[in-house]
Design a binder for this molecule. Structure first.
Ligand code: HEC
Length: 126
C-alpha cells in the first residue's frame, strides 16, 4: 500500500474510534432488563441530567445545571409525593427552581406517578 493511502485509512480508523467513544459517552443509558415503566421512563428522560442513580451527571455539570441529588434520603424524605408530582409535571420554574424542565406535556399523569414512585425508590435503595 502506498503511504498516502495508508495515512488516509489510518485517519479514517482514528475518526471512527473517536466517534464510537463519543457515542458511547453521550448515548442514553439503557435500563436493566425487566425494569418497571417508571424506571424505563427515568432512564429515557431524566438520567441525562440526574444520572441513572439520581446523583447527577457530569454532563449536567458541564452545562452548569445542578440537578441536586435524588438519591439523598434525608432530602427526599422532606418532599411530599405532591411536590414531586408537581415539579415533574410543571417543572421547577413555578417555584423558582428553573433548572428542572416540565414534563406535563410529554407524560400522562399515570406515568408521572410511576416516576414519583421510582424517584422514591432511588433514595430508599441506598
Ligand atoms: C435538563 C436537565 C434535567 C432533566 C432532563 C430532568 N431534570 Fe429534574 N431537575 C433538574 C434540575 C437542575 C433540578 C434542580 C432545580 C433547582 O433546585 O433549582 C431538578 C430537580 C428535580 C427534582 C426536585 C428535587 C428536590 O429535591 O427538590 C425532582 C423530583 C426531579 N428533578 C425529577 C426529575 C424527573 C423525574 C425527570 C425526568 C422526567 C427529570 N427530573 C428530568 C434538571 C433536570
Amino acid at each position: 500500500m502506498r503511504r498516502p493511502l495508508l495515512a488516509l485509512v489510518l485517519a479514517i480508523a482514528a475518526i471512527g474510534v473517536l466517534a464510537a467513544g463519543l457515542a458511547a459517552l453521550l448515548d442514553t443509558p439503557r435500563p436493566p432488563r425487566g425494569a418497571s415503566r417508571g424506571e424505563r421512563l427515568f432512564y429515557e428522560l431524566c438520567a441525562t441530567c440526574h444520572g441513572t442513580d439520581g446523583r447527577g451527571t457530569w454532563r449536567a455539570t458541564l452545562f452548569l445545571v445542578r440537578p441536586g441529588n435524588l438519591a439523598d434520603g434525608a432530602r427526599l424524605g422532606q418532599r411530599s409525593d405532591q411536590y414531586l408530582f408537581d415539579i415533574i409535571k410543571n417543572g421547577g420554574a413555578p417555584i423558582g427552581r428553573p433548572g428542572m424542565p416540565a414534563f406535563g406535556a410529554a407524560l400522562s399523569e399515570d406515568e408521572i406517578r410511576e416516576l414519583v414512585a421510582y424517584v422514591r425508590e432511588l433514595s430508599r435503595a441506598r
